[in-house]
Unconditional design. Structure first.
Length: 108
């Protein structure tokens, strides 16, 4: 599909970035073709938005914000106790996560 976009120039007078479009199938009217293209563009925009949301949600800065609240640090502390039989206090686990596990530039 993208190869077809690169082959056919648009003759509509509208110019933006790359001036290429898909060839209109002979069995579609101009209105049907425009509706099909708009539907495809909308699908691409939704996909790009989904990709942006996924990237933002898993960014180091956001993950650091998710890892440092009290409830998460407490769950980490309990899991450490379960796995190692060492009972660390909240401040110790929070400090280790903030100062040693997470990079400083992410937290600022």
């Amino acid at each position: 599909m993208l190869d077809d976009l690169r082959k056919k120039p648009i003759d509509s007078g509208w110019r933006h970035g790359s001036d290429y479009a898909l060839p209109r199938p002979k069995d579609l009217s101009s209105e049907q073709y425009e509706e099909q293209i708009l539907t495809q563009i909308q699908g691409c925009e939704e996909t790009l938005c989904d990709l942006w949301r996924a990237g933002a949600a898993t960014s180091p800065k956001f993950l650091a914000q998710v890892l440092l609240p009290e409830v998460v640090v407490d769950a980490v502390r309990k899991e450490l106790r379960r796995q190692t039989n060492y009972t660390a206090d909240f401040a110790e686990v929070h400090g280790a996560l903030r100062d040693e596990v997470l990079r400083a530039e992410i937290l600022s």
